[in-house]
Design a protein around this ligand. Structure first.
Ligand SMILES: Nc1ncnc2c1ncn2[C@@H]1O[C@H](COP(=O)(O)OP(=O)(O)OP(=O)(O)O)[C@@H](O)[C@H]1O
Length: 726
């Protein structure tokens, strides 16, 4: 494989800090490996180079590839993750006496147990709030909050103010502080401490800092856009004044804001930490065809702060086919024809914005007998507690004898949450199953608030009436349960984060909608919901887009492209401009996973088509890609000739095609001559900048341009893909 000029430039970067803006599929790993080999070949000792990868899998892949390509027997640099660096630093600091020794709590259950203990102390006088706080998902959110305090390096009260935490979460800050105290007392720490504790020790201890700094000349960091504040600060500590940092990433793919990552890490924040870097674009993707690159360029442009770099498809890439369709039928046909062509279902992925949107896909694939596996096992629709409970309500309507089954009654009381702990509910449901009557006096009911008692009784009344409704359609029955229990209100209240509550409500809607599709066969619907299907490894992968980070498949379908589903928002939880930008980056990541086929799937009315399907300009992109590949005639008229022309210039197609693409609305493309200092220009690769100097005559005019992101460049005006802006 021959590296491109852009890749070569990165490999041969000299001294000083650098940023590498790599679009999706740009061959980052190959470039970084070549860079490491170049540094070694030009005399940098291996132990003065370090490569930091985002996770263990990426680290292992990188190390294995480096071993293969390095000269036999050569010493190799360290390839690490931030966590492994934190771990090692922590051990050294403990040995030097700069940090008290602590043992890592490895099991999540141990942390959960500690959280329960703390909550029981804190909320001893508030039984209703305690029951709520002890719900599994709320504990999970509390623990995430505790981790975020450390990854954002913020005081807990500040973080709590900034975060979108729902009602009844006021205990988060005191719970954090109490857990910290307990951990100190017990001499233990969490994974988040692996970075946080060494960082704090290094900030306060000059001698320890002096001991770790000065050992490295080069640090190369992959997926830089997704690293958070504690990682950034630790990196700057490690670099000190001796090491050059090379940040490799794509701010447009920053999708972990909820974990503390900021798209700004590669922009202004880099400058704050390291000063002015040299910038390199890696604009060529080796993954997909022009249609997807054009779509990616179209959609990301709608983000005001987005980098102005274009993604360009390399000449030998697959010519990705793009389709847009509504309803799930087409997906089934596509998958069946994929198999009929002798292709493997393992080459296919269905990606969703959030798990609830995968439910219709899961149900449809089950009905059609198409094997699938889930990126996260516990997200099997049948394992979700809410789905299991709702299936239980439907089943009771068909099988009245379940009224005498205490486990079944407990299931019906568990979701949506009745805000009473399982320990209390179990004796109550046992009594109900035994007597079939509501006990006005029961030890469990003592000590509950009046609203809790009222709710438990109301649920029992509903449960009793269900067998009489056996002939109703499942969708009507489910709607009746949801309305009687005021399930939406309960779900919203039970969620520790607003977006989680909205996700559960969406799941309710999706299930009722799906039940409607199977109106003629209620038993089949119940069987489907209760079916003990297991992951089928040979099947299509269903994953969230977050889970698809860094991956690619020959066939990718994006499901649930509806307004309010993607971008995700609701009347109660409206979109902020910042959230919309992150949603758009997520969409950008989703479409750029495809190699050969990309399917954009929305749902029929009353759903409304996602705005992203409009923004992505897929029809124009497909038309233009076809014209580029066939190289026949002029390019078709498109909505945005300026972007189309920048793209055509970028990939270097011949003039005839370029000219006709611009015919509809003549775009001003790099005319020779008449350039003046001070003019704003846009370059297909370097983005926008300002002309500082104009040299030479009209024919051989050379421009010196200061690009906002790519720094100062000298360009031959007649050959450079530039246009005036403004
Ligand atoms: N200069 C090149 N010419 C042809 N193919 C290339 C070139 N550089 C990289 N590739 C191909 O692109 C694909 C992705 O490359 P690589 O594994 O280095 O990138 P990655 O880091 O996994 O991907 P990404 O850039 O999405 O993070 C590989 O198949 C690789 O062979």
């Amino acid at each position: 494989m021959r590296l491109t000029e852009q890749q070569q430039a990165v490999v041969q970067h000299g001294q000083g800090h650098a940023r590498v803006f790599a679009v999706a599929g740009a061959g980052k790993t190959s470039t970084m490996i070549a860079r490491v080999l170049h540094l070694m070949a030009t005399g940098t000792p291996a132990d003065r180079i370090m490569v930091l990868m985002f996770n263990r899998a990426a680290r292992e892949d990188f190390a294995a590839r480096l071993r293969l390509l390095a000269p036999a027997g050569a010493r190799l640099p360290q390839v690490r993750t931030f966590h492994s660096i934190g771990h090692r630093l922590g051990q050294s600091l403990m040995r030097w006496g700069a940090l008290p020794a602590r043992r890592l709590i490895e099991g999540e259950w141990q942390r959960e147990r500690m959280a329960r203990q703390v909550l029981q102390q804190l909320l001893v006088d508030e039984p209703a709030q305690l029951a709520l706080a002890l719900e599994e998902e709320r504990i999970e959110t509390l623990l995430q909050f505790c981790d975020l305090v450390k990854s954002e390096c913020l005081p807990p009260a500040r973080l709590y103010e900034q975060g979108d935490y729902g009602a009844d979460t006021e205990h988060f800050v005191p719970a954090f502080l109490e857990m910290e105290r307990l951990m100190q007392e017990q001499g233990v720490m969490t994974y988040a401490d692996l970075l946080y504790r060494p960082l704090r020790a290094l900030i306060r201890d000059d001698r320890a800092r002096a001991r770790i700094q000065g050992r490295l000349d080069h640090i190369i960091v992959d997926e830089y856009q997704d690293i958070n504040e504690v990682q950034l600060r630790l990196l700057s500590m490690l670099a000190g004044s001796s090491a050059s940092v090379m940040a490799v990433g794509d701010a447009n793919q920053c999708i972990y804001e909820w974990r503390g990552a900021r798209p700004d890490a590669m922009n202004a924040r880099f400058g704050e930490l390291f000063g002015t870097p040299t910038d390199y674009p890696l604009s060529w993707t080796f993954r997909h065809g022009h249609a997807v690159s054009l779509m990616a360029n179209h959609v990301i442009r709608a983000n005001p702060g987005a980098a102005d770099q274009l993604t360009l498809s390399a000449p030998d890439n697959p010519d990705t086919q793009v389709e847009c369709d509504s309803g799930g039928r087409h997906l089934v046909e596509v998958l069946q024809s994929w198999q009929a062509q002798g292709r493997d279902l393992k080459e296919c992925a269905v990606l969703v914005r959030s798990w609830s949107l995968s439910v219709p896909v899961q149900l449809r694939l089950l009905r059609e007998n198409i094997p699938f596996q889930l990126g996260q096992q516990d997200r099997f629709v049948f394992r979700l507690p809410l789905v299991r409970a709702l299936a239980g309500y439907l089943e009771l309507a068909r099988r009245p004898e379940l009224l005498q089954d205490s486990d079944h009654l407990l299931l019906l009381y568990s979701q949506p949450s009745a805000f009473v702990s399982q320990d209390r509910l179990a004796p109550l449901t046992a009594e109900l199953a035994r007597t079939g009557r509501w006990p006005e006096q029961h030890i469990v009911l003592d000590g509950l608030k009046p609203f809790q008692r009222r709710h438990l009784k109301k649920r029992w009344a509903l449960i009793q009436t269900l067998p009489a409704m056996r002939d109703q359609a499942p969708a009507d029955l489910l709607s009746h349960v949801v309305e009687t229990l005021e399930a939406e209100k309960l779900l919203r209240r039970a969620a520790a984060r607003r977006d989680k509550g909205e996700e559960d409500i969406r799941l309710l809607d999706v299930l009722i909608e799906q039940a409607g599709e199977l109106a003629d066969d209620p038993d089949a619907f119940i069987a489907l919901l209760k079916d003990p299907v297991i992951n089928q490894e040979q099947g299509v992968l269903l994953s969230t887009i977050h889970g698809a980070k860094g991956l690619e498949w020959p066939l990718v379908a994006l499901a649930g492209l509806n307004e309010e589903d993607f971008p995700l928002y609701s009347r109660e939880n409206p979109l902020t401009p910042q959230a919309l930008e992150e949603e758009r980056r997520l969409f950008y990541v989703g479409i750029t996973r495809a190699r050969e086929r990309l399917l954009l799937m929305s749902d029929p009315a009353p759903h409304r088509l996602s705005r992203f399907v409009e923004e992505v300009a897929w029809e124009d992109s497909v038309k233009l890609a076809r014209a580029i590949v066939s190289r026949q005639g002029g390019a078709p008229g498109v909505r945005d000739p300026s972007l189309a022309n920048r793209y055509l210039e970028g990939i270097g197609v011949e003039d005839s095609l370029r000219a006709s693409a611009g015919q509809k609305t003549p775009a001003v493309l790099s005319q020779a001559g008449d350039w003046r200092p001070g003019e704003q220009v846009r370059h297909a690769v370097f983005g926008e900048g300002r002309i500082e100097l104009v040299e030479g005559d009209r024919e051989r005019c050379v421009l010196e341009v200061m690009f906002h992101r790519a720094g100062r460049r000298r360009l031959i005006a007649s050959r450079a893909p530039i246009e005036r802006v403004g």
